[in-house]
Design a protein around this ligand. Structure first.
Ligand code: F6P
Length: 328
């Protein structure tokens, strides 16, 4: 390994995701293994601008593999979007003798990392950590699997009360502009309909499907709605629309919100985070930069940061068919 770096900076940025701590642990312990120092940067790029840095060692990351959130804390930094903010960040890294940066986050965090790399020729490697799973170059982002399980568990509980009262529930889930959580959790929880931004099914089709459900004798119905759905109405407007057009339904809305980002990471996310963390350190020590590590067909691979941000990670349309058939 061509190891010219002596100190690697590490930060988590954007929306936190279960498994970020497991990734932090993997990066810190890999640094120890390869005899380089690891500097933890608190509160993402904002902490970097403010010089909120601390040296970490293998013992700093004891007992965190099972913890949700991020011990480094996270932030969405507007200041880092400015050239002046990025310059301050660069100066702080230089002053702390940090010569490479590992960023755990989503596409916004990678966009910042890519600009930083271009402006200061500073080595940057990304690790995809977001519940949304909306990053090109990896089949799974860290936190997505845990969030799916959290959503399925929540919908199972909603189903209990929905069925006791013969109600129709609209359940809004996160995902920003992507429908991965909605589609997969919807199939996993047996939702009658799943509305995602990638596929506009239209309001008529929704009403037809709900009428069919009613006729077929179902005692309850769950419609999972991705927060970024493009049907033209938010989840409350959708509920009102169905109420007006199908008064026979007793409709309720449940917005799952930020609970989807919390909780202990699943085993899958812990293993994924450990694999990607080790690889990120190996790559940066090998002189690689401006890339993201990801998992494709169970192999750890790399993708240019630009491609990871601009490329489109497509949903699996087969799942829409499966959902349709299952809701008969
Ligand atoms: O990107 C993760 C995510 O949880 C999205 O699913 C959601 O749209 C957004 O972050 C919420 O962001 P915030 O925590 O700033 O409200």
């Amino acid at each position: 390994m061509g190891k010219s770096l002596k100190r690697i900076g590490l930060l988590t940025s954007g929306g936190d995701a279960p498994g970020m701590n497991a990734a932090i642990r993997a990066v810190v312990r890999s640094c120890t293994f390869y005899n380089v120092e690891c500097v933890g940067i608190y509160r993402g790029y904002q902490g970097l601008i403010e010089g909120d840095l601390m040296l970490l060692n293998a013992r700093s990351v004891n007992n965190i593999i099972n913890k949700g959130g991020t011990i480094l804390k996270s932030a969405r930094s507007n200041e880092f979007r400015t050239k002046a903010g990025r310059k301050k960040a660069y100066e702080n890294l230089k002053e702390a003798n940090v010569d490479g940066l590992i960023v755990i986050g989503g596409d916004g965090s990678f966009t910042g990392g890519m600009k930083f790399n271009k402006e200061f020729n500073f080595p940057v490697v990304g690790i995809p950590g977001t519940i949304d799973n909306d990053i090109y170059g990896t089949n799974f982002t860290i936190g997505y699997d845990t969030a799916l399980n959290t959503v399925v568990e929540a919908i199972d509980k909603i189903r209990d009360t929905a069925s006791s009262h013969n109600r129709l529930f609209f359940v809004e889930v996160m995902g920003r502009d992507a429908g991965f959580i909605a589609l997969n959790a919807g199939v996993g929880a047996g939702a009658e309909e799943i509305l995602i931004p990638e596929e506009n099914l239209g309001l008529e089709r929704l009403l037809d499907s709900l009428k069919r459900s009613k006729r077929s004798g179902k005692s309850s119905s769950i419609v999972v709605v991705a927060e970024g759905d493009k049907i033209g109405k938010n989840v409350f407007e959708l509920a009102d629309y169905v109420n007006e057009n199908m008064p026979e339904y007793d409709v309720r809305v449940s917005v799952l919100g930020h609970m989807q980002r919390g909780g202990a990471p699943s085993c899958f996310d812990r293993v994924l985070a450990s694999r990607l963390g080790v690889k990120a350190v190996e790559l940066i020590l090998d002189g690689k930069t401006n890339i993201m590590v990801g998992l494709v067909n169970n192999e750890v691979v790399t993708t240019d940061l630009e491609k990871a941000i601009k490329g489109h990670h497509s949903i699996n349309k087969e799942l829409l068919k499966v959902s349709d058939i299952m809701s008969t």
